[in-house]
Design a protein around this ligand. Sequence first.
Ligand SMILES: *[C@@H]1O[C@H](CO)[C@@H](O)[C@H](O)[C@H]1NC(C)=O
Ligand SMILES: *[C@@H]1O[C@H](CO)[C@@H](O)[C@H](O)[C@H]1NC(C)=O
Ligand SMILES: *[C@@H]1O[C@H](CO)[C@@H](O)[C@H](O)[C@H]1NC(C)=O
Ligand SMILES: *[C@@H]1O[C@H](CO)[C@@H](O)[C@H](O)[C@H]1NC(C)=O
Length: 737
Amino acid sequence: MNKFLGSIPTNLGNLPNLLVLALKRNYLGKSLHIFTSLTNCSRLSILDLSSNQFDGVLPNPVSNFSSQLNGLYLGINEISGTIPGSLTNLFNLIVLGLNDNHFIGVIPTTFGKFEKMQFLGLTGNRLSGEIPTSLGNLTQLFKIDLHGNRFEGTIPPSLVNCQNLQILYISQNNLNGSIPLQLIGTSSPLLDVNLSHNSFTGKLPFEVGNLKSIYKLDISNNNLSGEIPISIGNCLIMEHLELQGNSFHGVIPSSMASLKGLRHLDVSQNNLSGPIPEGLEKLLFLENLNLSFNNFEGEVPIEGVFKNISAISLIGNAKLCGGIPKLQLPKCHVNVIKPRKSIGFKLAIVIISIVQIFLLFSSFLVWMKKSKKKSPSTVSTMDLLPNVSYKELYQATSGFSPSNLIGSGSFGSVYKGLIHQEERPIAVKVLNLQQKGASKSFMVECNVLRNIRHRNLVKILTCCSSMDYSGNQFKALVFEFMTNGSLDFWLHQGLDNENQSRNLSLLQRLNVAIDVASAIDYLHNHSMQPIIHCDLKPSNVLLDNDMVAHVSDFGLARLLPITNDSSGKQTSTIGIKGSIGYIAPEYGMGGEASIEADVYSYGILLLEMFLGKRPTDDMFKDGLNLNNFAKMALPEKLVQIVDPILLPREVDEAPTAIVATREYNNGNEIQVDVEAQGIPNLCQMDPNVHKCLVSILETGLACSMESPKDRMKMKEVTRELHLIKKDFLGSAIYTQM
Ligand SMILES: *[C@@H]1O[C@H](CO)[C@@H](O)[C@H](O)[C@H]1NC(C)=O
Ligand SMILES: *[C@@H]1O[C@H](CO)[C@@H](O)[C@H](O)[C@H]1NC(C)=O
Ligand SMILES: *[C@@H]1O[C@H](CO)[C@@H](O)[C@H](O)[C@H]1NC(C)=O
Ligand SMILES: *[C@@H]1O[C@H](CO)[C@@H](O)[C@H](O)[C@H]1NC(C)=O
């Protein structure tokens, strides 16, 4: 990224130990003669000449480069001609970027030999022919970008073998045929798929619901038809769905309302009909809804996204009515059945009603059957359960048996239980009531908490206030059971058990961080009265079956008795003031529980999640803590502090960077001496991952500032993390592409 001009001096080829040559974004050119001399650099691992002015054809010596070459970046130049099949001599290539040049011809079938290839970028050329079946051999492939070429034929079903493929861009080609079912597989890790602007035909397969990780799907401007499958509602983390410019008919399935994270939905220019599902108004994050040019009819909802006239597009649907006044749609007519109709008509109504009742009843039966077989996503009867007795909880937990104990802390103990055999399990939190004077308003407070609902809060199902069999006071809360346990377990304890790999990926961690931030933001700013959590830490963050995080133990301060301690100050009896390591510094100085203190705990939690170290780790002493540890290493020494699990896998093979010594000097500086051999650290970490991690850690630091007034607000944190995620997913895995 300088202003170098002219050609690259050939004597660079005299550097036999050259590992990396990166001259990206200069004005270098013209022909690639330099390749001849670079073949002498027998250790060359990365060659980046992207965004320059090289032209001519790819010279032959390219295939004589060091077989150690991992990354060849030639994107955004003026290179023409065909792609030589001999390129596969570079069998160690992990990244090949030939994007945005003038290449013609086909992808050589020999490309199937690139066994280590993770990223293949050929976008923006004039390549043609079929996408070779042999690409299915690239089992390490993470991202393939072929968009904006002239490829023909179908998507090779062999791509199903690319089991690591997360990003697939093949838009703007001349591809046809149907979307292969195989591609969708059952455990596909696909995150981002763009098939738009081709000529695909057939249906969107029902199996699309198997794409559990997908967050962006664009199949717009093809010739797809049929109905939008109801299973789309299973793609729970979908944010961006583009179906416009096809021939879909039928209704928008109401299951679409399950896509709680949906931000952008475009179904314009199809032949969809029926009503606009009301559920769409409940999608809090929906920013953009385009329903134009279809045959929708009936009432336009008025809440949620429908409140904002610039967020929705409804034109070209002649039969819509209602909505907010600004839309200027005709009023909806209420259908009144006029009396005094012929007997035949009355009879018809009676028959229709009977049929309807029958249908309703039978669908109810089907539903009953289903909800028995497959445990429902919400705990149905428990929801309705008013209060539960000690006896019921005793039976549900086999007499609070130690084998059902799943956690304990200063507040009490948590047991797993089953109220009714066919129901999902519950978690019972038995409060520790050794202190006298338990709050009389327990049930009142508990019912307040029961009414606090948020996707990222553990749902309180019911409460119990009673006597136990020994005549002591007994108070318990009953929660939804979270199958995947606590975040603390995933971050730390899993490591002790070698058989289980409990690794959370960067994206999973980021999702959890967003979930927790949303929950705390909700408690602080959107619940009926602000609620301070007081004890946010990883063991209070629980993960459900889909790895969505739910914050637990909120509002405990309301439930637990307040007593006067010796100094006459009101304090709560049980560890409500937080846990060591996560408590804001002002607490030590007699500060009170506050929203800012929650933000501090959140900041520590965020740092812990990405550094993989507890704030109570042995290394944190003599003034060194998680916070200043992170602060002093950012951004250059990130690689040395970040949770090693988050570093790319190749690090295992390449010589690793070892933090040799960590000393804490009085000079307020940590000396982080790194013994790095071989490839420098920066090559091991993708710049986007680096950027993402730095932004996250900076957010963590901004939350855990010493002074409460300097800390970020939870609302800003949520927004910031969403942006970081968007950036991370949106940017190519390798910046050049
Ligand atoms: C590439 O290497 C082979 C043998 O290693 C040699 O025969 C050939 O001439 C080289 N090609 C170029 C263009 O340097
Ligand atoms: C796709 O649809 C367009 C217009 O809707 C039509 O011109 C074209 O022939 C169709 N192609 C195929 C392959 O059906
Ligand atoms: C759209 O659907 C209507 C019926 O809902 C049908 O009559 C019409 O032919 C369809 N148009 C196209 C282009 O498929
Ligand atoms: C909605 O879709 C139509 C047709 O595809 C398009 O012309 C229009 O620009 C879209 N509106 C918005 C707000 O994106």
